[in-house]
Design a protein around this ligand. Structure first.
Ligand code: SF4
Length: 208
């Protein structure tokens, strides 16, 4: 049996890693999936988050002896954006902007590469996921035979997860400098967040 944790470097997944180590729970690997925007290998992370991730990796290694494995799809967001649909009702259309619910970018650029990686492991896998106690709907949707949510089980809320990360200098600056996590080119962002991108990162704004 292998125990693998998914880490987005957000507060919940980092707090989960802290608790796993504090409690001595089994942990074989930590994986992180980076979505790329285009062939220049430009990350989907905001520059603030992209800068924070190596710092967090260093702290995880030094304080918890955790190494994070990076996984990336062979496709970029732009590859899929312009890809022509070969199946379904809209054959011949481009994939284009993802739907608000069931976005192709999440499934094709994140879930699929993670799934492929997990499939390549020959042993049964138990996955840790960072679901806080105030996310009961996400928790209910989990397959409890293959997934564990330590924060939820320990009744740790999102604000407590934030405090836990702060204690170890593992709190991403996005919680102070931005209004949301996720890709900077996401078409599901609020106007407020888009304005933030326009003002803080005009070079990225021009690419969207
Ligand atoms: S943050 Fe937005 S662009 Fe990135 S994977 Fe999620 S839905 Fe897609």
């Amino acid at each position: 049996m292998k125990y693998i944790a998914s880490c987005s470097f957000g507060k919940d997944s980092l707090a989960m890693l802290i608790k796993i180590k504090e409690l001595g729970l089994p942990l074989d690997e930590v994986i992180y999936c980076d979505i790329r925007f285009d062939d220049t290998s430009l990350s989907g992370e905001t520059p603030e988050m992209a800068k924070f991730i190596p710092k967090a990796e260093k702290i995880l290694k030094e304080k918890f002896n955790i190494e994070v494995k990076r996984i990336t799809s062979k496709w970029t967001f732009k590859d899929h954006f312009y890809r022509v649909k070969q199946r379904g009702n809209r054959i011949g259309d481009n994939y284009g902007f993802p739907y608000v619910v069931g976005s192709w970018c999440n499934s094709r650029l994140k879930i699929e590469p993670i799934r492929d990686y997990l499939k390549s492991i020959k042993e049964p896998v138990i996955q840790y996921v960072g679901i806080a106690y105030d996310e009961p709907v996400r928790y209910e949707r989990l397959n409890h035979k293959t997934h564990i949510a330590p924060l939820y089980d320990l009744k740790i809320t999102e604000s407590e997860a934030m405090e836990l990360c702060r204690k170890y200098d593992l709190l991403s600056p996005i919680y102070e400098t931005s209004f949301r996590g996720g890709c900077w080119f996401c078409c599901k962002q609020s106007l407020k967040q888009l304005k933030w991108l326009y003002e803080k990162h005009p070079e990225l704004w021009k690419k969207t």
